[in-house]
Design a protein around this ligand. Structure first.
Ligand code: MN
Length: 290
C-alpha cells in the first residue's frame, strides 16, 4: 500500500498577470514535495470575473526546457505562440505545450469569456523534460474535451478522464516525452476507489473539490496537495458526503540536476546564461499577426 507522506496546503496566493489568481501547490524550488518529473503546479481556484469585456491575462513571455499544461475547469483561455500555435482552451479542454528549445506565448481570458463573465478555474502544471529533449522543437497539443477518454470507476464510484498516461489499458490524450499519468478524477458522494500506480512513479494528488479520505486514515480537503511514498503500488480513496474532484499526477522521476531562472528550466547555470542570451537576441521568434 502506498502511504501518505505529507499533506500540503498553499499558504499564499498571487496574481499571474491580471487574469489568474493562483495558489502555488508545489514548485521545483521545494524539493521536499517529491514532484519530479513535475516542476510546478499553480491552482486558480474558482473565482468570479465580471462581464466587462476586459481580456485579462498575461502578455508575451518566453519558456524553455519543459512543457506547460493548462487544464480548464471553468472559463476559457485564449492562447497564441511564436511557433504558430493558437486557439481557445474551453471548459474540459487541456492544452499541452512543449516549450522545448524556446517559445514565446501569451495567455488571456477569451474574448467570449470576457464578454459574458462568470466563474473561472484553471490548473497550470509544468512538466520537466529530460536533458536530451530540452531542445525539442516547440509543439502545441490542443486536447479538446471530446478527445479525452473518460472511464468509469468500478462500483459506480465515479470516473477518470485520462489526460495523459494510461488507466486500465486506455491511453490518455496527450503525447508525453517520459512515462507519467495525469488523471482528472471525479468521485461521487461516498465513492470508494482502489487505484494502482507503479511504485517507480512519484505520486501526488491535488484535491480540487470536496474532502477525500486516503487509505482510510488520512483526510485531504479542497486546495490540498497529497504526497505519497513509493512503498507499494495501490491506495484507496473515499469521497465524503459530497462529490470530490481530484487531479492525480504520477511519473517516473527524471533525476537530473535542475537549473531554473523564471520561465527557463535547464540542467546547468551555463545553459541558463545561454538561454537568456538567446532570448534577448530574439532567437525565440515572435508571436505573429492574427
Ligand atoms: Mn506561460
Amino acid at each position: 500500500m502506498r502511504s501518505v507522506l505529507h499533506i500540503y496546503r498553499a499558504d499564499s496566493q498571487h496574481w499571474v498577470g491580471n487574469g489568474f489568481l493562483v495558489q502555488p501547490l508545489f514548485s521545483h524550488m521545494g524539493e521536499d514535495r517529491g514532484s519530479d518529473p513535475f516542476l510546478m503546479l499553480d491552482y486558480a481556484s474558482p473565482k468570479h470575473f465580471p462581464a466587462d469585456g476586459i481580456e485579462r491575462g498575461v502578455g508575451a513571455h518566453p519558456h524553455k526546457g519543459f512543457e506547460t499544461v493548462t487544464l480548464a475547469y471553468q472559463g476559457e483561455v485564449a492562447h497564441r505562440d511564436s511557433a504558430g500555435g493558437g486557439g481557445v482552451i474551453r471548459e474540459g479542454d487541456v492544452q499541452w505545450m512543449t516549450a522545448g528549445s524556446g517559445i514565446i506565448h501569451q495567455e488571456f481570458h477569451s474574448q467570449a469569456f470576457a464578454a459574458k463573465g462568470g466563474m473561472f478555474e484553471m490548473v497550470q502544471l509544468w512538466v520537466n523534460l529530460p536533458a536530451k529533449y530540452k531542445s525539442a522543437p516547440p509543439r502545441y497539443q490542443h486536447l479538446p474535451k471530446e478527445n479525452i477518454p473518460v472511464l468509469n470507476l468500478p462500483n459506480a464510484a465515479g470516473s477518470v478522464r485520462v489526460v495523459a498516461g494510461e488507466y486500465e489499458s486506455i491511453r490518455g490524450a496527450a503525447d508525453t516525452f517520459t512515462e507519467m499519468n495525469v488523471w482528472d478524477i471525479t468521485l461521487h458522494s461516498g465513492g470508494d476507489a482502489f487505484l494502482r500506480i507503479p511504485q517507480t512513479h512519484n505520486l501526488l494528488l491535488v484535491v480540487l473539490r470536496g474532502t477525500v479520505s486516503i487509505n482510510g486514515n488520512e483526510q485531504a480537503q479542497a486546495g490540498e496537495l497529497v504526497r505519497f511514498d513509493n512503498n507499494g503500488d495501490t491506495f484507496r480513496l473515499n469521497a465524503s458526503d459530497e462529490e470530490a474532484k481530484i487531479l492525480l499526477l504520477s511519473g517516473v522521476p527524471i533525476n537530473e540536476p535542475i537549473a531554473a531562472y523564471g520561465p527557463f528550466v535547464m540542467n546547468t547555470q551555463v545553459e541558463i546564461s545561454e538561454t537568456i542570451r538567446d532570448f534577448r537576441a530574439g532567437r525565440f521568434g515572435h508571436i505573429g499577426a492574427a
